[in-house]
Design a protein. Structure first.
Length: 423
């Protein structure tokens, strides 16, 4: 691989990592460490491994065909795309609401505004303007800077936490876990739902890959596209270990419970860093934590907007009009507006109108649980796309990837059935 060509290919994988690191890492992985020590670390790593094929197939499909997974779903049959469209509409408002409130909490913690409602409104409006005006190029540049800052600060905090040791001296960091306990099962499903992120968001990687090819005018080799994706995916897995460790070392066994308010939780996360790096680092850490959540928020806005845009074009327009619409920004802009209005309506109802003190945790767990329950459908469809006779033979996955895919499908399906049975 030539360095110049590789640099042209790099982008979608980093955006994927930034999108994934947000709620699943800053919130859920930290909570896992704070509540169960290292008891869930093995499950987190297993989830990353068994979900890997279905995200990798997104980059693989886009590179080999020059189209997104959504176009592939449409070719499999309108019913497949309708199924994905309905699942997306069912989950997207909850997901955007969860990401939005976490991001608003970190912003409120940084500047001390004190009014989460107005912070959320401002955040959504700024994100809308940024994407409508700047499009993919701005997103790509922004994420690369944000990701680098968080990666460095997290690794520093991780190393220093290991050096200082656990806050609760003598605490058993591998406690007994009652796997049949209803509360534990609910948290496990929510944790796995977005670890490293939701499987239905695999289509975003394919959309970003296609957009990167348009932006640079260079169609990378399959090896280059997969290098870009694997770099981002491995980074998310390593950072998950870091956040579990920070939660376990700095919160587990101390008697401090994870907050039910997004602003207070944001402060807890920032304090985890400052306890290890030093009080002098507060503003740097607070800005870094907000930045990565803002990057996640922008990525989620862009991802869902692209999905809505492309599914709408394929399902409701003629084939000729759908091709023309690829360069029409209006569909994309309208999709972002619809997404943000729906997300804010859910936020307002659950947190501001109902004034539920546990609304933050409930919203995050609900969004991640929905994502986990719809994962088996997307996993199966992604697998069928890249193993079909119509897919280029040279780009089809190796036998070991096929075996891993079936193990992943069984894992996702089995846990979903178990969750429904417990409920």
């Amino acid at each position: 691989m030539q360095i110049g060509n590789l640099l042209k290919a790099i982008g979608p994988g980093i955006i994927f990592a930034s999108m994934a690191i947000g709620v699943s890492h800053l919130v859920q992985s930290t909570r896992a460490g704070a509540m169960y020590g290292f008891g869930l670390l093995g499950l987190i790593l297993l989830t990353n491994l068994l979900k890997y094929p279905f995200f990798e197939y997104a980059a693989r499909y886009a590179n080999a065909t020059g189209e997104s997974l959504i176009d592939g779903y449409f070719k499999m049959g309108r019913w497949v795309l309708w199924g994905y469209f309905l699942l997306t509409v069912t989950s997207m408002f909850f997901v955007m609401a969860a990401v939005g409130v976490v991001t608003a909490g970190f912003l409120d913690n940084l500047f001390g505004v004190g009014n989460l409602l107005w912070v959320t409104i401002g955040l959504f409006l700024f994100g809308l303007i940024l994407l409508v005006v700047g499009k993919y190029k701005t997103l790509d540049s922004l994420i690369k800077v944000i990701g680098g800052v968080l990666l460095v600060s997290t690794l520093i905090a991780f190393v220093l936490a290991l050096a200082h040791g656990p806050q609760a001296k003598g605490a058993d960091l591998l406690p007994y876990i009652n796997w049949a306990d209803g509360k534990t099962i609910l948290f496990l499903i929510a944790l796995m739902g977005w670890m490293p992120t939701a499987v239905d968001m695999s289509t975003w990687t394919s959309l970003w890959t296609v957009e990167r090819i348009k932006q640079t005018g260079y169609h990378p080799t399959l090896k280059e596209s997969l290098f870009d994706f694997n770099f981002g995916y491995i980074a998310t897995a390593l950072l998950a270990i870091c956040f579990v460790t920070l939660g376990a070392y700095l919160m587990y066994g101390t008697g401090v419970e994870t907050a039910t308010s997004s602003s207070v939780f944001a402060n807890q996360v920032v304090e985890m860093y400052t306890k290890t790096i030093g009080k002098w680092s507060y503003w740097i850490v607070a800005a870094s934590a907000f930045s990565i959540m803002f990057g996640t928020s922008i990525s989620v806005m862009d991802g869902y907007a692209r999905v809505l845009e492309r599914t709408t074009e394929l399902l409701f327009l003629s084939q000729k009009d759908a091709k023309k619409a690829l360069d029409d920004q209006r569909f994309y802009n309208a999709s972002i507006v619809i997404l943000l209005i729906g997300a804010f309506a859910i936020l307002y109802y659950m947190l501001f109108w109902k004034k539920n003190p546990n609304g933050f945790k409930a919203l995050v767990d609900l969004a991640t649980t929905i994502s986990f329950l719809i994962a088996p459908f997307v996993a199966v469809v992604n697998y069928l796309l890249v193993t079909s006779k119509d897919f280029p033979e040279g780009a089809r996955p190796k036998p070991w990837m096929r075996v891993l895919s079936w193990l992943g499908i069984l894992f996702l399906t089995g846990f979903s059935i178990y969750f429904l049975w417990v409920k």
